[in-house]
Design a protein. Structure first.
Length: 91
């Protein structure tokens, strides 16, 4: 009977060791995945948000849009200057 008990103890220890190594592998894989995601985040941050102005358009483009809004252009006229509102109403 001592042989069965010793054999069972060896199997139990072996199973515990397998569980420990699987847990270590899963922790290691999770840490590596976290590092990869962090690196990917910084790459994206550097390529898009890392631009001057944090991705905002340059001042010259805003100035052109402001001039168009203030002084008008053929494709963009203020709503208050229109004489006919029939095209805006869909009844």
């Amino acid at each position: 009977m001592s042989f069965n008990t010793a054999d069972a103890e060896l199997r139990y220890k072996h199973e515990l060791n397998e569980q420990i190594s699987q847990k270590r592998r899963s922790i290691s894989m999770a840490q590596q995945l976290d590092k990869d995601m962090c690196n990917r985040h910084f790459v994206v941050f550097d390529t898009f948000w890392g631009r001057p102005g944090h991705g905002a358009p340059g001042a010259d483009k805003r100035k052109l849009k402001l001039n168009r809004l203030l002084y008008g252009s053929p494709e963009c006229t203020p709503l208050l200057q229109r004489t006919s509102y029939s095209n805006d109403l869909h009844i």
